[in-house]
Design a protein around this ligand. Structure first.
Ligand code: KIV
Length: 265
């Protein structure tokens, strides 16, 4: 059964809920696998730029591209809550444009949208919520801030930075986000933020004491060609299995073993 944003908002581990499972997907097959796995949420992340389109960062993806992939994921996962990621520059310049971009993701098939940033995004979060679109926050090592951070670096390591992140989390919680991703922070800070807010915190590299975990599909099943972060656990080497299958097909063609009579008309 598809979870609604209010149902997800109520799923705090401290109130007895099971941890939430969120997995990214970007097309019909990956979304179908995620739905079959029983994940609570499916994120069509802007990591699309990395793992599907081959870019070094997440800055090279547009609203149009996100919509294209959200629509495909919706076909594969009709009964799973889909979060559509707001790409870089879709909500940084103009609030009205941001609301229209969020609506485009919903019309493509998303049940909610996710955007990066804390107090600095208060106005745009409020505007999207006022358009009746549920918003998931994203704090910590926010990949769209890679130029500002000078790389993909763990955030909130010192007391001042950690305190700022707690304030950001409390601010977006009080604005009305239904949950938030916290990425790339020390485990202790992941736990502190989780205790400081009323909505579920879904961690990625934020330690175990949060309300759920998210991983990128391609990292989890071994389809990527990038060096994965310390927080990734690879459960399968699908890339190796797929290459072996493709090589076998090539060998069969070259040696006349494919096609056989049963594979011919
Ligand atoms: O785009 C993405 O995949 C994400 C996750 C890393 C949370 O934002």
């Amino acid at each position: 059964m598809k979870l609604s944003a209010p149902q997800i908002a109520a799923k705090k581990v401290s109130r007895g809920a099971d941890p939430l499972v969120m997995i990214t997907a970007y097309d019909e097959p990956s979304a179908r696998f995620v739905e079959a796995s029983g994940a609570d949420l499916l994120l069509v992340g802007d990591s699309l730029a990395n793992v599907v389109l081959g870019h070094e960062d997440t800055l090279h993806v547009s609203v149009r591209q996100m919509c294209h992939h959200i629509a495909a994921a919706r076909v594969g996962a009709p009964s799973t809550h889909i979060v559509g990621d707001m790409p870089w520059m879709s909500y940084h310049a103009d609030v009205n444009d941001a609301v229209r971009a969020a609506a485009a993701l919903v019309r493509a098939g998303a049940d909610s949208v996710k955007l990066e940033g804390g107090r600095v995004r208060a106005e745009v979060i409020t505007a999207i919520l006022n358009a009746e679109i549920p918003v998931m926050g994203h704090l910590g090592l926010t990949p769209q801030s890679v130029m500002k951070f000078g790389g993909f670096k763990v955030q909130g390591r010192d007391d001042v930075a950690a305190g700022e992140l707690v304030l950001d989390a409390q601010a977006i919680d009080s604005l009305g986000v239904f949950s938030m991703v916290v990425e790339g922070v020390p485990a202790e800070l992941g736990s502190e933020i989780t205790k400081a807010v009323g909505v579920p915190v879904i961690g990625i590299g934020a330690g175990p004491a949060v309300d759920g975990q998210v991983l990128v599909f391609h990292d989890l099943v071994g389809l990527g060609n990038r060096k994965t972060a310390k927080f990734v656990r690879q459960y399968l080497n699908a890339g190796e299995l797929m290459t072996a299958a493709l090589r076998e097909f090539g060998n069969d063609v070259r040696t006349g073993k494919f096609p056989t009579d049963t594979e011919s008309y």
